[in-house]
Design a protein around this ligand. Sequence first.
Ligand code: ADP
Ligand code: F6P
Length: 325
Amino acid sequence: MSDSVKTIGVLTSGGDAPGMNAAIRAVVRTGIANGVKVKGIRCGYAGLLEEDIVDMGTLDVSNIIQTGGTILYTARCPEFKKKEYQKKGAEICKRHGIDGVVVIGGDGSFNGASKLAQYGINTVGVPGTIDLDIACTEYTIGFDTAINTAMEAMDKLRDTSESHERCSIVEVMGRTAGHIALWTGIASGAEYILTTEEYNGDIQKIINKIQDRRRLGKKNHIIVNAEGIGNSNEMAKVIEIATGVETRATILGHIQRGGNPTCKDRVYASALGTKAVELLCEGKSNRVVGYKDGEFVDYDMQEALAMEKGLDPYLSHISRKLTTK
Ligand code: ADP
Ligand code: F6P
């Protein structure tokens, strides 16, 4: 039985990610196990402001651990960045008896959670984004599924690229972060991995490398392009004209955000959802849960938001080694 919180609200916010449902399920089931009521807040902060709030029982989260997307829906809600709406959100929580909220999303969503905490609602953030761009944690819900989806797509592209002796540019998601590009580039044996963190715009270097490899007898070339680099179609034209090698761009897009979560995403999302509820039941607030050095951990939300993260330097190192010649 929890002495600190009586009713927990749970919402998903920002881009959806496979495994969010496993986290929602864990929040509901752990809440019930701890004698706490759980309410689902649909459509993120937008739904909170519209009081789109439903009671959640154990059967409401049956049969969802294996599904992608989020049964609570998600949304972006720009007005929640304004004080008046944050205050209103906290008042709505209080009116519905909600004294703790689990926010599943990215850094933006955590900012919203910290504002709710300022207005007296206990909050815990659970990292949910396929981009892996949350500094305090080595794991974010959905990344594992997304990179496996992208890797499988690249394997398929390689078949047709090889048959036609083409160069294929594959654009993967990651608005400001190149983690998906780096992981999938290594996993699919790409010759070029372009990330916002490391690519300096030197297209001539890529063109030279393609020409060198053609001379060596290489039949196809795979370039992985992080979304933040952009211009994949334009890049394809430039490379085709300069090298004479037929070049096609494929933008994988939102398929990377969908699909059944991998085993890792189901298990880690379950652990993080459970931990978030346990923290609220211990009377903690303004925390973010995560995974670091082999353990599920938690941090002060402001400290977590102030942390910075780049690409894994060792993965960058090996990607350079494997693509040099
Ligand atoms: P993510 O959570 O994946 O980083 P966004 O940056 O789009 O995604 O943020 C999701 C939502 O979180 C926003 O639409 C908004 O409702 C809320 N949010 C973002 N930044 C803030 C902020 N500074 N203050 C309050 N709420 C915020
Ligand atoms: O979920 C993160 C992310 O996938 C980014 O990589 C991408 O830029 C963004 O979401 C796009 O989201 P939407 O198309 O929903 O605005």
